[in-house]
Design a protein around this ligand. Structure first.
Ligand code: 3HC
Ligand code: NAI
Length: 706
């Protein structure tokens, strides 16, 4: 018999006494309403048919089930709900077996936990990552996972969103058996057949109690994680809700605890954080699709050259080595090359010291690294990334060498932060091969990679850059050429407001605190101290001649730099770092310098609330973001969002600055800009795109749609 449940994303097939239920809902079998209906119908079918002895659920394609259908959140709910489906599965009178391959995440794992027997294939990835979307496992996961694994591992999994591999899942009690071979269906059928043959009965997870038997120990683990979470995830809504739901597993009968979980899930679903995080989730995937990746085939990248072994060159080399590619580093002379190599080795030494890499693996990675003081070593490189001093003359000299030695078709990339890449491209005989790859420091850690697209670059070079980003596990954002591209251009503007506020009465410590309260890991002055004040100082000096004399210019940073206070590396900047401390302490001398600058500038200090501070900071950011979009420097507002989240510490739970602007409402942002313009009309000119969207009653998100 071969019946098809309605609708066809879930099919049922009889194979002997086993009812095979296949979910076929590409790309990742998300639990849309049709899948939920299909699963419910399949259980009913199994219960109604006396000749069915067991049910086997598998996912077709590349996943078991990636979770609830995220696209349904925020829309009216449609029956049956996932908790209903899970309860019904668990209540099935025939043993229900799941055979998991690929992702079994969120609601997908909750379906598996509601089954009676679980088998995982070697490529299975199990997890409850709802926290990353501002949610909690809302289909019994907060109740069933602790019953199988115990409170501590279950909570750790839910609070981190981390995926477990099959072996770990077996050890933790999340699955019963590992499958062998490449075929999930064969492994699942063998297991189900074995269970039928042995007369195995149903085994509802709700009745499992061994892992929770020692209540005081469970409570102690929960209390410890609660204290830790309150400290580490300040500002986030769902982590403490997850803990509250798990407390229910300890205190309440199963059905009451599931009802509590549902109530807490709905609170999370309604939260702006959920909307922000889900915006970020889709935006992070959307940025990877550029016009060029749709229409061009990337060039092969099997070997990479890096020029410069300083902060960025070394970090880029590590990022590329980590992706399994060989790297050739070119430096000016032997001493600089030795420093460059040492910079790379230092990163791996740190990783080995933390126990995250064995010395043998480190040696194998470093075997792919070579260095040279001659450009000829780059003759066979498929891609070269230049990370030398930020000076046009130096860059052009390097590109002339690359033009001379590199093979035809090699991609020539620059990591410049601000310089005109069109000018660099125009200086070589092959401008079609020149692209910007703007990494962020530390380059082996920061996720953002701005792919800067000069006018003459060919589409397949841009596609190659996106392909490289994928290999390096970076989040790529396409950016146009301008001073600072997307991120640094916006930074220059919102950082200027912070400087204005310093001179007008706020302290750097208050501004940093306000930014942290908003959700930034660090405030702008902490970041300046970390990055080193000398870089910005050099840029300001370079631009001094072309600065609009009418524009407000705050000199506080210059006063600190003149004293050699460049931040952490010099022991003081906006903060003091006694004895190499990594966290700074406020410095009265800095406050005195600020006070003197206020007097020099003739400003009368006034108080700012933390809210006042963030309103200015964000209004400046959004306004410049609107210009960046209108000029096509960013393809869409979501590209700005991803840039600021992954390169500049903007809190991901707010989705990004443009999403944030939509959340508070564009008229509110405009009203702020207009109010601030009364003090400084030159700085606070509303972006034309902002005015236009308001007039048309639209928001930034309307520009994200294709
Ligand atoms: N719902 C809807 N669409 C989803 C989805 C989901 N749960 N998961 C992935 N997709 C979509 C992606 O948006 C993407 O669409 P696109 O091709 O149009 O851009 C496509 O599926 C492929 O996704 P990826 O590009 O991310 O593919 P990868 O192979 O790199 O990764 C994955 C696959 C690991 C499953 C990853 O997509 C992922 O982490 N998905 C989200 C998993 C998740 O968070 N699940 C929990 C959902 S919340 C929940 O279940 C609530 C419940 O407790 C009630
Ligand atoms: P750095 O000063 O730490 O390193 C530059 C390295 O380039 C030095 O080791 C120097 O010896 C080498 N070099 C100079 N001229 C060379 C040449 N002709 N041939 C070979 N090597 C040469 O500088 P950093 O910070 O690494 O910056 C490099 C580039 O990356 C700059 O364009 C900068 O704007 C950009 N960048 C810097 C970021 C940062 O946070 N430091 C972030 C993103 C981009």
């Amino acid at each position: 018999m071969n019946t098809e449940a309605t609708p066809s994303v879930v099919t049922t097939t009889r194979l002997g006494r086993v009812l095979l239920v296949t979910i076929n809902h590409p790309p990742v079998n998300a639990l849309s309403v049709d899948v939920r209906r299909g699963l419910l119908a399949a259980v009913q079918e199994a219960d109604a048919d006396a000749s069915v002895a067991a049910v086997l659920i598998v996912g077709a394609g590349r996943a078991f089930i990636a979770g609830a259908d995220i696209r349904e959140f925020g829309k009216p709910s449609m029956a049956p709900s996932l908790p209903e489906v899970c309860s019904r599965l668990e209540a099935c009178r025939k043993p229900v077996v799941v055979a998991i391959h690929g992702p079994a995440l969120g609601g997908g794992l909750e379906v598996a936990l509601s089954a009676h027997y679980r088998l995982a294939m070697p490529d299975a990835r199990l997890g409850l990552p709802e926290v990353l979307l501002g949610l909690l496992p809302g289909a019994g996961g907060t109740q069933r996972a602790p019953r199988l694994m115990g409170v501590k591992p279950a909570l750790e999994m839910m609070l981190s969103g981390r995926h477990q591999g099959a072996g770990e899942a077996l050890t933790l009690g999340l699955v019963d058996r590992l499958g062998e071979g490449p075929d999930v269906l064969a492994a699942g059928l063998a297991y189900a057949g074995e269970l039928v043959a042995s007369g195995a009965g149903v085994r509802p997870t709700r009745e499992a109690d061994a892992a929770l038997a020692d209540k005081p120990a469970s409570q102690a683990a929960l209390d410890a994680l609660k204290a830790d979470t309150a400290k580490k995830t300040a500002g986030l809504f769902s982590p403490l809700k997850i803990i509250e739901a798990v407390q229910g597993a300890l205190d309440l009968p199963f059905d009451e605890a599931v009802a509590l979980e549902r109530q807490l899930f709905l609170q999370c679903l309604d939260s702006p954080q959920r909307a922000g995080l889900i915006h970020a989730f889709f935006a992070e995937r959307e940025v990877a699709k550029s016009p060029e990746t749709r229409n061009a085939t990337p060039r092969a990248i099997d070997s990479v050259g890096v020029i410069g072994g300083g902060t960025m060159g070394a970090g880029i080399a590590v990022a590329v080595l980590n992706a399994g590619l060989p790297v050739t580093m070119v430096e000016r002379d032997d001493a600089a090359l030795a420093r460059g190599r040492a910079n790379v080795e230092k990163v791996y030494d740190g990783i080995v010291a933390k126990g995250r890499m064995t010395p043998e693996v480190r040696a194998a990675v470093m075997a792919r690294f070579s260095g040279s003081t001659s450009y000829d070593a780059l003759a066979r490189a498929d891609l070269v990334i230049e990370a030398v001093f930020e000076e046009m003359g130096v860059k052009k000299a390097v590109f002339a060498e690359l033009d001379r030695v590199c093979k035809p078709g090699a991609v020539l990339a620059t990591n410049t932060s601000y310089l005109d890449i069109d000018e660099i491209a125009a200086s070589v005989s092959r401008p079609q091969d020149v692209v910007g790859l703007h990494f962020f420091s530390p380059a082996h850690i920061m996720k953002l990679l701005e792919i800067v697209v000069p006018a003459q670059v060919s589409a397949d070079v841009v596609a190659t850059a996106f392909e490289l980003a994928k290999k390096l596990k970076k989040v790529p954002v396409r950016a146009g050429v301008c001073d600072g591209f997307i991120g640094n251009r916006m930074l220059a503007v919102y950082r200027a407001t912070a400087d204005h506020m310093l001179e007008d009465g706020a302290s750097p410590y208050q501004i940093d605190a306000a930014a942290r309260e908003f959700g930034y890991p660090m405030g702008p002055f902490q970041v300046a101290d970390l990055a080193g004040g000398d870089i910005g100082w050099a840029t300001r000096k370079r631009k001094a001649a072309t600065r609009d004399p009418e524009a407000r210019y705050v000199q506080i940073a210059d006063r600190l730099c003149e004293r050699g206070w460049f931040g952490q590396k010099t022991g003081r900047g906006y903060y003091l770092y006694p004895k190499g401390a990594r966290v700074g302490i406020p410095d009265d001398e800095v406050l005195a310098i600020i006070e003197a600058e206020r007097q020099r500038a003739g400003t009368t200090p006034r108080p700012f609330s933390n809210q006042d501070i963030m309103r200015r900071y964000l209004a400046a950011m959004v306004n410049e973001g609107a210009r960046v979009v209108a000029e096509g420097i960013a393809l869409r507002p979501l590209d700005v969002d991803v840039t600021l989240v992954h390169g500049y510490g903007f809190p991901r739970f707010r989705g990004g600055p443009m999403k944030y602007a939509d959340t508070v409402g564009l008229p509110t942002i405009l009203a702020d800009i207009q109010a601030f313009a009364r003090e400084d009309p030159l700085f606070w000119q509303p972006a034309p795109l902002l005015l236009q969207l308001i007039e048309e009653g639209r928001d930034f998100d309307s520009l994200n749609k294709p």
